[in-house]
Design a protein around this ligand. Structure first.
Ligand SMILES: [Zn+2]
Length: 439
């Protein structure tokens, strides 16, 4: 008999690797934060004992969801300015409100609020792009959620940094602080081609190799962005990034609603990832990411909510449903982006984009125990023929009951174990009063 920390007896384990597997009546043994075994219940019970044993016979256990693009602290700007085009929204509302309010304390409170929402909806890892990533990292650590922090770079001053050198110095200090951290990693996050000059992008290409980190950037988000670049510089932003050495396996191209056939091939041949944010694209009327064509070409696809100011929630279950539905509509083909593909985008695809697929993204022995239990024994998801179909097309985030991150039980019976929700709400309301003065 071997000793585990936690045994989870699930109705179904959906490992995502292999893609179509649904393991009925299986159990998961967790020890020291890692998955030790996934096997039929009888085998696990014969081999393992543990103090914490969870009977989840009406639940599906899936890998923790990976939110591959968000601005976590923007949860404090949820509902601040809605129903506007991207550039009006950014320039007239979001950037002025940020300039006047964003600080270490803002990012600390905002990231905690976001982490609470994400954990409660089954997200165990988020890829963040925001100012004060040091504060976001500390908040993630306190919440017990996994994070990839963006070493953010803009071509103009912000409350985080004034000059190019300062962006790099402060970003690399964050990288050094969290080096070898079990939950927190880093990536370069140049905001977008239109906000970051060539010199900084070239510097990122070199430093990303040296530090062995990904590069997380908004790219081809709207037709306006691409057209303006063509008018001003005579080429499309992806072409410019390629000339600066940024199109490779480290690249996380967020949005990518404007892609030619050649650009899809270029992303595929260079091993780049595309992070699809369907609800943000819909809300800002940014355009449609050609997800089925990208998948066909072999491009790794990840899924993100974007910030809560442009979505307006951080709900990866809903995002999966939107991705699957929109993928079919854009392709004009109902077989495009089946439920299993949407689930893979939200888990293993995100892990690959973040360079973390050796550690997370699927329920297999040896990986971190980032696990989510979804109660399918509810009216919304019965009768139950296909668990993956129910999760992608029918389940709501209120059906997430239990979440583990690296084996730590961060949501138990629908309640956060790492954070005080009443305190989070009080702080959020305090920021609402300050922000409304600048919106
Ligand atoms: Zn974004």
């Amino acid at each position: 008999m071997q000793r585990a920390d936690t045994l989870i007896h699930a109705g179904w384990v959906i490992p995502v690797e292999p893609r179509d597997a649904v393991l009925e009546g299986h159990s998961v043994a967790v020890r020291n934060g890692r998955i030790e075994a996934v096997a039929p219940r009888g085998e696990i019970e014969a081999d393992w004992e543990a103090d914490a044993v969870h009977e989840l016979g009406g639940h599906a256990v899936i890998p923790g969801l990976v939110n591959a693009h968000t601005h976590a602290a923007m949860s404090l700007m949820r509902g601040l300015a809605d129903d506007l085009p991207l550039m009006t929204w950014l320039k007239e509302h979001i950037w002025p409100a940020e300039g006047a309010n964003v600080s270490h304390a803002f990012v600390d409170d905002g990231t905690r609020l976001a982490a609470a929402e994400m954990l409660r909806s089954g997200t165990t890892c988020f890829n963040d792009m925001y100012l004060f990533p040091d504060a976001a990292g500390a908040a993630a650590e306190a919440a017990g959620i996994r994070a990839s922090l963006g070493m953010i770079v803009f071509g103009f001053p912000t409350p985080w940094a004034s000059t190019a050198d300062e962006y790099f110095e402060r970003g690399i200090a964050v990288h050094d602080r969290f080096r070898e951290h079990p939950l927190v990693s880093t990536a370069f996050s140049p905001h977008a081609p239109y906000t970051v000059p060539d010199e900084s992008l070239a510097r990122i290409a070199t430093l990303a190799e040296e530090l062995d980190v990904p590069v997380h950037i908004h790219l081809h988000e709207t037709a306006h962005e691409v057209n303006e670049a063509v008018e001003q510089e005579g080429r499309r932003p992806l072409e410019r990034l390629a000339s600066l050495g940024l199109v490779g396996p480290r690249l996380q191209a967020v949005h990518a609603t404007q892609l030619t056939e050649e650009e899809i091939q270029r992303l595929a041949e260079n091993g780049a990832s595309v992070v699809h944010c369907p609800q943000s694209n819909l809300k800002l009327a940014s355009g449609f990411c050609p997800v089925a064509a990208l998948a066909e070409a072999g491009v790794n696809l990840a899924l993100g909510t974007d910030g809560a100011a442009s979505n307006n929630d951080l709900d990866m279950l809903a995002e999966m449903q939107s991705a699957a539905l929109l993928g079919k509509a854009v392709a004009g083909e109902p077989a495009a982006l089946p439920a299993e593909a949407a689930l893979e985008m939200a888990t293993l695809g995100g892990a690959r984009a973040l360079g973390l697929d050796d550690r997370i993204g699927s329920v297999v022995a040896g990986k971190a125990a980032d696990l989510v239990a979804i109660d399918l024994n509810r009216v919304a998801t019965r009768p139950l023929s296909h668990p993956v179909s129910q999760i992608v097309y029918a389940a709501g985030r209120e059906q997430v009951t239990d979440v583990w991150v690296a084996g730590r039980h961060t949501v138990s019976g629908g309640r956060l174990t790492t954070m005080d929700e009443a305190d989070l709400l009080e702080r959020a309301d305090g920021w609402r009063d300050k922000l409304s003065a600048n919106a």
